[in-house]
Design a protein around this ligand. Structure first.
Ligand code: F6R
Length: 364
């Protein structure tokens, strides 16, 4: 049932405020000020290293979480794509927790990587949407993301729910390790509880994204740029776009621009810049100006402060509400998804069943 939407993907994008609210609620203590994990939970004081493994969109959730875990909890984190991890057979140091993220819980490479970690990692944790899946069953602790069934082949609500669960884990790790006070935690959780309302406000601006998407649909190649927490989001935006609109899209960390990709810039290649007005904003903007100085067309995704400071001369803009810096990846996932969706609609491709793709990749 598409719930009145034309596609499952549209429905699943629209559902995000509701499913995220449920995911958040299920991990908070009744007073909303603390984090309660299911089962025996995790005591992060004994974790020296976190190894995160996944495929595709789920791997971008891991990459985002790396920033959170390192910044808040000061835990070193490796992120690997499962198909590389499993055959590289990396050494697993003592006191490593291995964390696997998978919507389906059945992805062959991720499951094989998990099995490789049996008896090597101190603890195996998974973040899954399907609690009875193989990956969940073979973990010491399985953390559900509560996204509900995801039908669209392109992952949307599962990604943002994965981000919520991973953020809560990083905040839990930070408090366990004495890197964050109970008051600071409570403040972050209050921000997180207000996120569904912010996402609703962002979804209401869907029409703006549709207008921009009609123009983007004319491109053959698109670049996505982002820095810090926006780098994994740029990767996700590019993946979503190529997956369902079949437009060639690549993502780079903004700082990598001058190490090669800037050679691609001309007026035919739109550059999507994801840049909330955060601590790295000025750096990203200076990369964006390098693009514009070479005749590149910039689509800036930012908040109203960012638009005020840097919107001049850009080709298109998508303006989002402002949120606390730690929440920007979850919010900026929405325009990344909507942009891909509306671009695909403008091109007439099959949004829910893109060619050559399967929802669950159970063979390698
Ligand atoms: C992209 C997408 C895929 C999956 C990947 C992993 O939109 O859906 O990249 O994220 O195949 O799937 P799961 O999470 O089921 O392991």
């Amino acid at each position: 049932d598409k719930g009145g939407h034309k596609h499952f993907m549209a429905k699943e994008i629209a559902e995000q405020p509701t499913v995220l609210a449920e995911a958040i609620r299920s991990y908070l203590t009744p007073d909303g000020k603390g984090i309660a994990l299911p089962g025996d939970g995790i005591d992060f004081t004994t974790v020296d290293r976190l190894t995160m493994v996944a495929c595709g969109t789920a791997s971008y959730a891991c990459l985002t979480a790396k920033y959170w875990f390192e910044q808040f909890a000061r835990i070193p984190v490796d992120v690997d794509i499962a198909s590389e991890f499993r055959y590289r057979e990396p050494p697993i140091p003592a006191r490593t927790t291995a964390l696997f993220v998978s919507q389906s819980g059945e992805t062959a490479d991720t499951l094989a990587a998990l099995r490789y970690c049996h008896e090597k990692a101190e603890r195996i944790v998974s973040v899954v949407n399907v609690p009875e899946s193989s990956i969940a069953r073979e973990s010491d602790l399985a953390l559900p993301i509560h996204a509900g069934v995801e039908v669209g082949v392109a992952s949307t609500k599962a990604f943002t729910c994965q981000l919520v669960v991973l953020l809560l884990l990083a905040l839990k790790a930070a408090t366990d390790r004495g890197e964050m006070s109970a008051d600071e935690l409570a403040a972050h959780l209050a921000e997180l509880r207000s996120l569904p309302g912010v996402l609703n406000a962002a979804l209401e601006r869907g029409k703006d994204v549709r207008k921009v998407a009609r123009k983007l649909a004319e491109a053959r190649d698109v670049l996505f740029l982002g820095r810090g927490l926006m780098f994994p989001l740029a990767l996700e935006g590019a993946l979503k776009l190529k997956e369902i609109s079949y437009i060639h899209a690549e993502a780079y960390a903004s700082g990598e621009l001058k190490h090669g990709p800037i050679a691609l810039i001309d007026k035919t290649v739109p550059v999507v810049v994801m840049a909330p007005r955060d601590a790295l904003f000025d750096k990203t903007v200076s990369n964006m100006q390098e693009v514009m100085a070479r005749g590149g067309k910039v689509l800036l995704i930012t908040d109203s402060e960012g638009a005020q400071d840097a919107g001049e001369g850009v080709w298109q803009q998508i303006i989002l509400p402002s949120v606390a810096p730690i929440l920007t990846p979850i919010l900026y996932a929405l325009p990344a998804q909507q942009l891909a969706y509306h671009t695909a609609i403008a091109k007439g491709t099959d949004v829910d069943q893109p060619r050559n793709l399967a929802k669950s990749v159970t063979v390698e």
